[in-house]
Ligand binder design. Sequence first.
Ligand code: SF4
Ligand code: MG
Length: 317
Amino acid sequence: MRRRGRAAVPGRRRCGRAADDETPPGRRGRVTALVGESGSGKSTVARLLAGLHPRSGGDIRLHGETVDVKRGKAFRAYARRVQMIFQDPFASLNPVHTVRYHLTRALKIHGRDGDDLEQSLHELLSRVQLTPPERYLGKFPHELSGGQRQRVAIARALGADPEALLADEPVSMLDVSIRLGVLNLLRDLKERLNLAILYITHDIASARYFADETMVMYAGRMVEGGDSETVTQQSAHPYTRLLIDSAPDPDRHFHVKVADSGAGEPPSLIDPPPGCRFHPRCPVAMERCRTELPPRFDVGDRPGHWAACWLYDGAAG
Ligand code: SF4
Ligand code: MG
């Protein structure tokens, strides 16, 4: 049950213990942003979900079923449904092979290279708006712009006919002028192909624009989540506010590092601080924050908005 907390603490709003579930709410037809500073563990989450990183615990669930990510048939079936798009489109494409090779290989790996291979190649390139397709099939990566290369990487991921895309900073290495086009493309694909997209970014402004839901990550833990508008406009967690405050101009993408804002450096993930991991940098830290790890509390008036912060413990004395 939700209950109203003490009005004396700045920022305190309606609060209560939230569901104790660490699972990001990735759903088909939705974009979920995972936002945080460099070194917060965002890419590790994507690599774990893609089965590219050994796990030390926890489960991966798809449609409520736990996935066995050990190499084998079950993993291959899962890997086809969940495709990754990497930050650096140049590094992710082999420079000695053409667009045709990259896309054909993806279709072959996933058994989709039947008699209609040529048509499938054309469809993939049309889906990422590289038209006419015959202009691009024979090109090598160095003959393409950064934005075109990232579109080829997206087409290659679509070659598996996936249900989910894990997009790790997909536009951060592209010129600012073409970022919006690639994000709009992903949004369009989400709607047309009913994809679930996990959008990993350090840029909370783009999360608001692009994602349906936003989760904020700090030192390997999720600290706030909810619909993107609420998380960015009515932030509850002190770390989310710091992320937003460290962007001086809302019309500019967030190039300012939080570490430059005077709030110190993020902690090591190998030996994180006890209690709330944000407490050494938190301007409103309390005594209990140094020793007790805060659970998730419902906050604000919008359903599904939560923060892992003791400020929202309605039961606090
Ligand atoms: Fe700050 Fe404490 Fe909340 Fe952590 S739990 S963010 S230290 S107030
Ligand atoms: Mg990263």
